[in-house]
Design a protein around this ligand. Structure first.
Ligand code: BYC
Length: 310
């Protein structure tokens, strides 16, 4: 069997591609691009929520938020490790992000203006992320699929803590309900954009589905998220900010109004409300804390020398 035939056979039989298996260069490049983008999203995604750690309304909320933000760092690390199995180093990927040559999710370029935004991120952003990542637990690349299993377990707690913040606010005073509604108004459309461009404009979907990297399309996953989330908004007594939203009895799905794809592409290209701030903060912290990496490397080198002479 040639390496190409072995790869095709593994994909055809729904078996995982493991790091030592033969794989086309383009499959490897796609996996590196997607996993790196995912890892960068987890890490940059700490910033909007980190912004509220010092202002969380109670000790309990602060402890939960610190733990959640720390979980996101952990997700970034699992994902960089998964990417490293494809022959790139974490340092190379971080450089590519810092040079603006790799992306992170559009969603993290929006500001967190009130405490309700922390609820909306958990409910909507983690909710959208899980919808996509449950599919990715079955993706064809073994290390990525296994990282997704653990990440999904943690993300489902994140989603529930966000929804719980929204529930408490929506059962609170008029001002708290208004704050929850305002957060839904601002985060609804960007959350739908997280799933990526419509299928007709998605450059990678056809090939990624043939390789079973993606098992469902951007539009299919977006629809699943909408169908699950609209009843949750109704339960909270909040209004989804879409005048065209309607249940379609024929399709058994919600119809939604047009998504502003110009906004999406402008955010992806670097012109969203917080792109510059997020990137500058990330690069600044990386440079400022270089001494931590240097100290860890020096310690590891000393430990190796000690072990060799023991
Ligand atoms: N933002 O052909 P397409 C989290 C790009 S973090 C920016 O459909 P694909 C959390 C795309 O890269 C979890 N760019 O692409 C953390 C491509 O451009 P390039 C984040 C986007 O890859 C902290 C072009 O558009 N989840 O949960 O087949 C706190 C055409 O797109 C976006 C992941 O990263 C976007 N939203 O499908 C709270 C999931 N969408 O690269 C929560 C992993 C598309 O050719 N990624 N683009 O220049 C995926 O599943 C897939 O990459 C996507 C896109 C579904 C996102």
């Amino acid at each position: 069997m040639t390496p190409e035939e072995r790869f095709d056979a593994l994909i055809g039989e729904d078996l995982k591609i493991e790091p030592r298996d033969p794989m086309p260069d383009a499959y490897r490049a796609t996996m590196i691009r997607q996993i790196a983008q995912h890892a960068h999203s987890e890490v940059i995604g700490m910033q909007p929520e980190g912004n509220w750690i010092t202002r969380a309304p109670s000790l309990k909320r602060k402890a939960i938020l610190i733990a959640k933000v720390q979980d996101e760092a952990g997700h970034g690390l699992y994902l960089y490790s998964a990417a490293e199995t494809l022959g790139v180093s974490r340092a190379e990927l971080v450089d590519l992000l810092h040079e603006g040559r790799q992306k992170y999710s559009s969603i993290f370029n929006y500001p967190t203006l009130t405490w309700a935004d922390i609820g909306a991120i958990g409910w909507l952003v983690d909710g959208a992320a899980i919808t996509n990542q449950v599919m990715l637990t079955r993706t064809s690349y073994g290390p990525y699929s296994r990282a997704m299993i653990r990440i999904c377990k943690e993300e489902s707690f994140h989603q529930r803590q966000g929804y719980e913040i929204m529930r408490v606010l929506s059962e609170g005073t008029d001002a708290q309900r208004a704050m929850a509604q305002d957060a839904l108004d601002r985060w609804w459309w960007p959350s739908l954009m997280m799933f990526g461009p419509p299928d007709a404009e998605s450059t990678h979907t056809v090939q990624s589905m043939a390789w079973k990297i993606k098992l469902e399309t951007n539009d299919q996953l977006r629809q699943r998220f909408i169908d699950a989330t609209v009843p949750q908004a109704e339960y909270l007594g909040l209004k989804v900010p879409d005048p065209d939203l309607a249940w379609n009895t024929e399709t058994g799905h919600y119809d939604v109004g047009p998504i502003d794809w110009d906004e999406f592409w402008s955010v992806v290209k670097g012109d969203g409300p917080c792109n510059k701030e997020r990137s500058a903060h990330k690069v600044g912290v990386w440079e400022e804390h270089a001494w931590v990496r240097e100290a860890a490397a020096a310690h590891a080198a000393k430990a190796r020398t000690a072990a060799a002479s023991a």
